[in-house]
Design a protein. Structure first.
Length: 169
């Protein structure tokens, strides 16, 4: 069960912020307590949420009360993430994500001295590789360097990271 902050506008209750959900199929049901009458209840509504889509929905709980909202789904995770050592440089690569109108680019994460992943850099949506020429073994925990990539969209949503890749320097 997920709760959202709603704002009354006329006969409409609207979400005050975008509702962020992972890709999937959701069953939506609204029940709103009422002091003088039974609760306003809706019928079950089945909603399909796909990566990168912005989906508007409307659920009628009563003829006098309509729930409206907008779901801005996270973009998909990049596929086929790989790390290749080329001389003293590391090349990261992944498949471009296509068909997502508001895709903005990709975030690259790298491990730090403690072995934790931190944001490292960002590249444009047309870019499917990145070459890191700065790795030095003594800068990383146990000489182990890790990378991961996520996609992000114009709405500020981030995908789940790729499965991390590691190299020992």
């Amino acid at each position: 069960s997920t709760q959202f902050d709603l704002v009354l506008e006329g006969n409409y209750l609207k979400n005050s912020k975008d509702i962020l959900l992972k890709e999937g199929t959701y069953n939506a049901f609204i029940a709103i307590p009422n002091k003088s009458n039974p609760a306003y209840e809706s019928h079950d509504e089945l909603m399909e949420v796909r990566s990168g889509e912005i989906k508007e929905f409307e659920i009628v709980a009563d003829t006098n009360l309509i729930i409206k909202g907008v779901i801005d789904a996270n973009p998909p995770t990049p596929d086929n993430f790989q790390i290749i050592l080329i001389g003293d440089q590391l090349e990261l690569s992944w498949e471009l994500i296509e068909g997502i109108a508001d895709l903005a680019g990709y975030n690259i994460y790298r491990t730090n001295r403690e072995g934790r992943f931190v944001f490292y850099t960002q590249v444009a949506k047309e870019v499917s590789s990145y070459r890191d020429s700065k790795p030095k073994a003594d800068n990383y925990f146990n000489n182990r360097l890790g990378y991961a990539v996520s996609s992000f969209d114009l709405g500020g949503n981030n995908s789940i990271w790729t499965e991390p890749g590691y190299l020992y320097l």
